[in-house]
Design a protein around this ligand. Structure first.
Ligand SMILES: [Zn+2]
Length: 270
């Protein structure tokens, strides 16, 4: 039996999903310990590990951020090898994690997004990029639409999270915790969030693979909202926040491809 003094294994930050679906853990080996991760989410998860070890060496040295593939169990992270078997060991680490690849910088900047509503209908962008109501320093779009308007996927991807249980509406930033939303992961590593959907207004569930133009839910006015609309963002996830990204949409008959402007109405005829 090795004499070991264990430090607390801490999970520092958990942002958009819970510990049930992601964990980092160790198993004892002949020479020390092996660190693994389980990722039950429907997209990659990045984990930042801060080892606190004494009398152990890490096989990954100073590497701190590791991407764990979606739906993986026992993903190998590192070996920790005992240096001197006569001395006490200290093993501890703290981790923080969130969806996506946090080292990623590039993405498909020319993707032709579809307007997120039905063919043959028209909606106004009531707040655009960096809008002065709630889109400060954010590439977000608000499409005005009555509660219950069908929402169609702007891009194909995999559904990661759905929140549709809320029914409260209020106008302060702290009301964002009451938002209902559908979170979708795209093949280039970006995410889209369709926000403020009505209570029980999702037609999709986590793990679903969706097509561009698929009917995914119904709009609402739930959460941090000043009137019925769909709030739409595309972003790269970072540990503590989201780096929202400008996107271009096909408008009209689908031959024009442009960035949407506040107070403009857009028709989808494709
Ligand atoms: Zn908005």
């Amino acid at each position: 039996m090795r004499s070991a003094l264990f430090w607390i294994l801490g999970l520092l930050t958990i942002n958009t999903f819970g510990q049930d679906n992601f964990k980092v853990y160790y198993e004892e080996t002949d020479n020390g310990y092996t660190i693994y991760a389980d990722n039950g989410e429907f997209c990659p998860v990045s984990v930042e590990i801060d080892f606190k070890i004494e009398n152990l060496t890490s096989s990954i040295g100073d590497i701190k951020i590791i991407e764990i593939p979606e739906q993986t169990t026992k993903f190998y992270i590192a070996d920790l090898t005992v240096v001197d078997r006569k001395k006490a060991i200290r093993l501890g680490f703290s981790v923080r994690y969130n969806h996506g690849n946090h080292l990623q910088e590039s993405y498909d900047t020319d993707y032709p997004y579809h307007l997120p509503f039905k063919k043959g209908t028209e909606h106004m962008v009531t707040q655009g990029y960096n809008g002065n109501i709630s889109h400060h320093n954010e590439y977000a779009l608000d499409f005005r639409m009555p509660v219950g308007t069908p929402i169609y996927a702007s891009r194909e991807g995999k559904v990661v999270l759905v929140e549709q249980g809320n029914n409260k509406t209020c106008t302060g930033q702290d009301c964002a915790k009451f938002n209902n939303y559908i979170l979708v992961y795209h093949s280039d590593g970006t995410f889209a969030e369709y926000t403020h959907i009505k209570k029980n207004g999702s037609k999709v569930t986590p793990g679903d693979i969706i097509e561009k133009g698929q009917h995914i839910g119904y709009s609402g006015n739930v959460g941090w909202s000043t009137g019925p609309h769909l709030h739409f963002i595309v972003f790269l996830q970072r540990f503590n926040d989201r780096e929202t990204l400008p996107t271009k949409f096909l408008v009209g008959n689908g031959k024009q491809f442009l960035q949407l402007e506040e107070r403009e109405k857009y028709t989808k005829s494709y």
